[in-house]
Write a protein that binds this ligand. Sequence first.
Ligand code: ADP
Ligand code: MG
Length: 393
Amino acid sequence: MYKNFTIGIVGGGQLGRMLALEAYKKGFRTVILDPDSNSPAMQISHFKIVSEFDNKSAMEKLFDLSDVITYEFENIESELLLYYKYKKEIHPNPELLKISQNRNKEKELAKKYGIKIPELYPVKILKNQESEIESLYHQLKNTNKEWIIKKAEGGYDGKFQIEFSAQLSIEDFKNRTKEFFKNMNSMQTEIIIEEKLLYDFEFSIIACGFLNKEKKIETVFFKPFLNYHHKGILRKSFSLIYSDLNTKEVEDKIEKIIKDYSYIGILTLEFFYKNNVIYFNEMAPRVHNSGHLTIEGYNYSQFEQHIRAISKLPVLKPKLNTNSAMLNLISLNYLDSNPDFLYEILQIENLYFHYYGKTEARPNRKMGHITILNNQKEELFRIANDLERLIYG
Ligand code: ADP
Ligand code: MG
């Protein structure tokens, strides 16, 4: 039945590579669409379509070659995906992709489903005009609060975000807003202005929607991932067997979203936790960096679950085998210039090393990650934090 079964993946990054590796274990083939012929996923795929994401004939070829289409990259035209939906199934549902591409829309969705969001300042358009930008600066200053201004579309890894506090000078504010208009023809851009939450911690929830035996949508959840960011980029994640964090209520709401959108595959949502309240931050209709530790820490990884779901294979409840940690290897770090240090690191027991095959170590690039398993929670945190200090100084 699955002879020559081919999965088309839009995007050739490390997420695509890990999905392709999982597909291979099942004897499936992959076809990757990406502009970079040496991208991590393309290095190992059966078929390659080297093209920009907005190229119609490339997309059509991807649909022709594949039995099912998925994506690992969010900034693709959901309309273009939907254009070919008569040819093959696309999972996850591009309708939810479209919502997740806009920070205002995804926050509206969360609110609609009863998930709390941070307070929003009611300005959603930023005009590229000095008077408008100055006016916004003064308005925010008058609130006596701290805010985070984000471009509504296109940001990732903390890009296109401005932290606003009374200490920020008007000159700096003006300069920072200029970044929002880079490579844009338009004189205005959509933004979201969120209160800056002094949260206790950040976490993510990774869910998987799939079709059960009765062809009804069901959902399974991984345990929450406790996340630590550095300058807007994920640095470390932990998943613990015992935790006080109660996510039942929010999971019921996510399950409802998955049902309503007939969502098949992995869905990730990021949250802030403050004074016993859970606030929604953003969502990604795909496998996620915070879920990398599922490869070794769980009976079924997020990649395996996603491949199973989109290939209409059974998806079972994931189980965390042992307390686990993930440390991202983001360039430039100590390892880039001291490759021998890897030998030292790999002597640690129950530590697993992943590198994505990126040839160039540019600043802030995710080059790989390390997973650490240790049932002793304190020991797990100690090893992960010590390694972080050694790698990042
Ligand atoms: P990205 O798409 O770049 O991941 P996020 O909205 O998740 O964008 O922001 C990146 C990080 O910046 C968050 O993980 C968090 O650490 C910090 N951050 C974002 N929004 C807020 C907020 N409203 N309050 C406090 N910290 C925030
Ligand atoms: Mg984020």
